[in-house]
Design a protein. Structure first.
Ligand code: PLP
Length: 381
């Protein structure tokens, strides 16, 4: 069976975790601080704040952005459900805008249409690692005095107009879930260029404690902490951070390997008439966190039938990115909401295996199987 994804883990990560465990410092401490420093350097952001996962990072970002009860935040419906859930955690109202079908990211025009006097922020997702047009959204946000938050869960290693995702905004959230490009088991990171945000994020992730454990531990004099506001326990552990440090060393190589596989897919499928693949905008750089293929209405075979046939051939696939407004948790409040482009993109997309290392024979098998399924469908029709 060829899986859809696999984290790239080696003895380096295992021994980093092993060594950290034996230091006796196993929750947020020196390794977390080191990982933050390296992550900030990698992305080009001034600061990085490690958290327990991307969803908690998004929650804290909503808090520091000042999103509160009744405030509207514009985001795509076609995203993982954590995107809009993070708005709900603070009592905010997710307002779903359409996506651009060519890059699966928020549509600028529809986003502007959905701005009301209650809008507080825009939550811009870099879907499956494809950079959204950050500059255009920064302009829109400043025109209406809104805060721009980036959900970069899938986008570590991608670049927008020559600069790494993570460097452009004051609140950018990353995920280290195993399904993403690098992993710490679970885990997340927020990058920011704003020192006040950095400080408040660090408070909120650790119960609002004014002095963190590491500083107290290292202090030669007696210090007591205050709890200055109601915070959370959204810490990353040093075991995870030690793994993250090893993963970060390999990130550029992992991304290069992912790109080589993606380019093989693009070359192999370029003449199939009824599909459209992801493309890299000029000046951008994709990490290919997922390889998604859109099947247009000329396809003589349904997406689900392709998935069934791939599965029969021993190849795992996934549906395209979900739409939140059609999920049970949301649909009662989205009655009458029309998002035809998002629904179409979600319903007509298929994600095929891409992971590192992927054996050449497996890449070839995916290519040959997918091509055969699509061409037999055309003939039989
Ligand atoms: C994976 C993902 C998340 C959630 O990340 P976790 O680290 O699992 O919390 C949020 N947003 C998007 C777009 C994602 O793909």
């Amino acid at each position: 069976m060829i899986p859809i994804a696999k984290p790239y883990m080696t003895a380096d990560e295992a021994s980093a975790a092993h060594d950290t465990i034996l230091t006796g410092w196993i929750t947020q401490g020196p390794k977390t601080a080191e990982f933050e420093q390296l992550f900030a350097e990698y992305t080009g952001a001034r600061y990085a704040v490690a958290v327990s996962n991307c969803t908690t990072g998004l929650h804290l970002s909503m808090l520091v952005a000042g999103v509160g009860p009744g405030d509207e935040v514009i985001c795509p419906s076609m995203s993982y459900i954590a995107t809009s859930n993070s708005i709900k955690y603070v009592g905010g109202v997710p307002v779903f805008a359409e996506i651009n079908p060519f890059n699966y990211n928020l549509d600028l025009t529809d986003t502007e249409k959905k701005i009301t006097p209650k809008t507080k922020a825009i939550l811009l997702v870099h879907q499956i690692g494809i950079p959204a047009d950050i500059e255009a959204f920064q302009e829109l946000a400043s025109k209406y005095n809104l805060i721009l938050i980036e959900d970069a869960a899938c986008a570590i290693g991608s670049s927008y107009q020559g600069a790494k995702i993570g460097s452009h905004s004051d609140l950018v959230c990353f995920s280290f879930h195993p399904r993403k490009v690098i992993s710490t088991g679970d885990g997340g990171m927020i990058t920011t260029n704003n020192p006040a945000y950095c400080e408040r994020l660090k408070l909120l992730r650790q119960h609002g404690m004014s002095v963190n454990d590491r500083i107290r531990h290292e202090s030669k004099s007696l210090i007591f902490e205050d709890h200055v506001e109601v915070g959370y326990n959204y810490r990353m552990t040093d075991i995870q951070a030690a793994v993250g440090i090893e993963q970060l060393k390999k990130l550029d190589w992992i991304v290069e390997e992912r790109r080589k596989i993606a380019h093989q897919y693009i070359e192999a499928f370029k003449d199939i008439p009824c599909i459209r693949m992801m493309s890299e905008s000029e000046g951008d750089f994709l990490n290919y966190q997922s390889f998604s293929i859109y099947l247009n209405s000329q396809c003589a075979i349904s997406r689900n039938e392709i998935m069934a046939q791939m599965l029969e051939a021993g190849i795992a696939t996934r549906r395209g990115v979900m739409t939140v407004h059609r999920e049970i948790a949301y649909k009662h409040e989205c009655v009458g909401l029309e998002l035809p482009i998002s629904e179409d993109a979600s319903d007509r997309s298929i994600i095929i295996p891409l992971y590192v290392p992927m054996e050449q024979k497996d890449i070839d098998y995916v290519i040959n199987t997918f091509t055969a399924i699509l061409s037999s469908a055309v003939v039989s029709n």
